[in-house]
Design a protein around this ligand. Structure first.
Ligand code: PLP
Length: 423
């Protein structure tokens, strides 16, 4: 296996002090990653939830090539370009009618920052300043200071807690406790917060925690009744992961603001959008410059990334993407059910193409280094998986072949024996 060593790179979410081996990847195609020696791994987590149609999809690669020969980058304040216009028009066409405006940025975190700034900007500009944000317990919205503030507090952000702003946290709607969540939201909404932000139907980094569509619909209705802006973070759930193009589709929910990134370019280039309803834009529309939405990043609406995203939307339009998603969802269900009666498997759960379960471990000491050991185990079996603590999940690109998916689940089955061998 080709390894990177003597590198100056400081990797994300990586404890270099533990010296874990790091494969040096040279090429990706479909659901597979290859090193220069020809070893390959099945990318069973879509390279951290971004790759939807597979690595190096020919149509997206062609769009990137063609756009790169025309226009690479353009200042987006006061200027515009064709790929952004095409993409924005198409996004407005495929999302519910009340969403009328598209703001570009370059990552999931920035799309959430933009959503929060839009919400506060709205209340400020209409002359009723509000700044409390409601969040759902166990949420993850990114790693910038603002997005950490609206996410779960813990070991991942302890060093920065003094800088994080206060939020009001609504309990997660665990099975049987949904009404408590809705009651808490109702009470919190009465305090006139600016907005409520949620991951729809499934909390990703929080541990693949699933809650029903009717709860999402009720949460939306409560916010509407109290005139609290409803922000939906579809950064992970968007683009088919949950079985429908957007998770909100399953609940018939139309948010006031929605954040999209990850699969927006099919997972090929960094790009994000924050879509909002007309009144939010209208609150910033004025002959008074002070009401401008003061937010930008250098690469806002980068033309090459926009062309990649436009190609992704063409793939959704022209290829049987929904059929692939349905087939993958069925296959995931079948594999999961084969393991679900194993005493070492708890809480098997699935939403669309995402399957997860919790590994039953002997004690908390065992749990503390379980994930890194599992990652190494799977890597040696030719599979890229990255459990969240003891939560093992599979979230592959939709092009994964049945035998590749079987190899992933075989590796997972074999990893269960690892627990017995040690204890
Ligand atoms: C990944 C993720 C983000 C952050 O996206 P980045 O592109 O990593 O900044 C935000 N929200 C959710 C739900 C995510 O899964």
């Amino acid at each position: 296996m080709k390894m990177a060593d003597q590198s100056p790179i400081w990797h994300p979410f990586t404890q270099h002090g533990l010296g874990d081996a790091m494969p040096l990847i040279a090429r990706g195609e479909g659901a597979r990653l290859y090193d220069a020696d020809g070893n390959s791994w099945i990318d069973a987590i879509s390279s951290w939830w971004v790759t939807t149609h597979g690595h190096a999809h020919p149509r997206i690669m062609a769009a990137i090539r063609e756009q790169s020969e025309r226009l690479d980058q353009l200042i987006f304040a006061g200027w515009t370009h064709e790929p952004a216009e095409t993409l924005a028009a198409e996004l407005i066409r495929i999302t519910p009618d009340p969403l009328t405006r598209v703001f570009f940025s370059d990552s999931g975190s920035t799309s959430v920052e933009v959503a929060l700034k839009m919400a506060l900007g709205y209340w400020f500009n209409i002359g009723e300043p509000r700044h409390r944000i409601l969040v759902l317990e166990h949420s993850y919205h990114g790693d910038t200071i603002g997005t950490m503030s609206v996410g779960e507090r813990g070991v991942y952000n302890r060093a920065w807690q003094p800088l994080l702003f206060d939020v009001d946290t609504i309990p997660f709607p665990h099975e049987g406790l949904e009404q408590a969540t809705l009651d808490a939201l109702e009470a919190a909404c009465a305090q006139k917060p600016a907005a409520f932000i949620v991951e729809p139907l499934i909390l990703g980094a929080g541990g693949m925690l699933i809650y029903p569509a009717w709860v999402l619909a009720e949460m939306r209705a409560i916010c509407a009744r109290h005139n609290v802006l409803f922000i939906v973070d579809e950064v992970m759930t968007g683009w088919g992961r949950t079985g429908t193009r957007f998770a909100c589709d399953q609940a018939g929910v139309i948010p006031d603001i929605v954040c999209l990134s990850k699969g927006l370019t099919g997972g090929s280039l960094p790009l994000a959008v924050t879509l909002c309803i007309e009144p939010i834009f209208a609150a910033h529309y004025s002959s008074d410059r002070a009401k401008t939405f003061y937010h930008s990043s250098s690469y806002t609406a980068n033309p090459i990334a926009c062309a990649a995203a436009a190609a992704n939307l063409e793939i959704w339009r022209d290829e049987p993407v929904q059929q692939r998603i349905d087939a993958l969802a069925d296959a995931q269900a079948a594999h999961l059910s084969l393991l679900s009666h194993d005493p070492r498997v708890a809480n098997p759960r699935r939403l669309g193409t995402i399957a997860a379960f919790d590994m039953v471990v002997p004690d908390s000491g065992y749990l503390s280094n379980l994930a890194p050991r599992l990652i190494a185990f799977y890597r040696d079996k030719g599979v890229l998986l990255r459990p969240l603590g003891n939560t093992v999940y599979v979230m592959p690109p939709y092009c994964i072949a049945p035998d590749e998916l079987a190899q992933v689940w075989n590796a997972i089955g074999a990893s269960l024996a690892m627990i017995n061998d040690d204890s």
